[in-house]
Ligand binder design. Sequence first.
Ligand code: SAM
Length: 258
Amino acid sequence: MTAIARDALKQLAVLYAGEEDIFPSQQLAKQLGVAFYQTVDKHAPAQFFLSYRDGCLKLLDNELLKKGGLMVEIEPRPGEQRSYPAPKQGALAQALGKSKTVVDATTGWGQDSLFMFRMGFQVLCIERSPIMAVLLQDAFTRLAKSDWVKNLNLEVPKLLQGNAIELLTTLETAPDCIYLDPMFPPKRKKSALAKKSMQILHELIGQDDDKEQLFQAALQATGKRVIVKSPDYAEPLGGKPQQSFQGKLVRYDVYLKN
Ligand SMILES: C[S@@+](CC[C@H](N)C(=O)[O-])C[C@H]1O[C@@H](n2cnc3c(N)ncnc32)[C@H](O)[C@@H]1O
């Protein structure tokens, strides 16, 4: 585990919301090696909480304790077609080209992975934060139980927890595409526009300072291409890409393997 991941765990506790069986919450605290709370008072050392609420696992900070927490959303994005597979449209689909198998090496809140899954790509997920990994696992379990996934007999994405720089060297089969969306420093010091989910990720995890190394590992491990999603103000991570597709405020740079 990295020093950053260890620091994040020091600020975390599992909070039992009293809604369901207490056992899964106790088990989760034990699995992550963090404190277990049944109430939070203002002297509590933890600043972030994982809590089973409304049938899913949620991440909360002191502000969200009153408003409700953040979970990995498994529903299609607003405006996305609800048929399966969803049409391969937009900048990400263009960047993926004819790929069939994709490894998302920076899964985070899983929104890009789940979008690719709904478009019919076969997706393997990697996430190094143990906190994000338990939130993702909870989401994939919910997804596997959803009617449309069961009716279509689909296999939901698998998740590997760990550093992709190491895990990518252990893949048995090279995927068509390795997808990277590491954290870049925000343009402004405190971006008022950043979504709460991304703010909390920045607070918990910090920046991904080893993204150049991750890019090199991805280029080695991929069968055909690496896609890097970047904010439109950021320099391309791997030098000049062969292709680049512009999305809303982001860019998908494509590096083809020789
Ligand atoms: C900007 S977020 C990704 C957001 C994601 N694309 C989404 O749609 O929600 C970056 C994530 O990548 C993870 N990450 C960064 N470098 C990694 C690495 N070397 N191995 C595994 N995960 C990594 C971070 O922990 C963080 O959760």
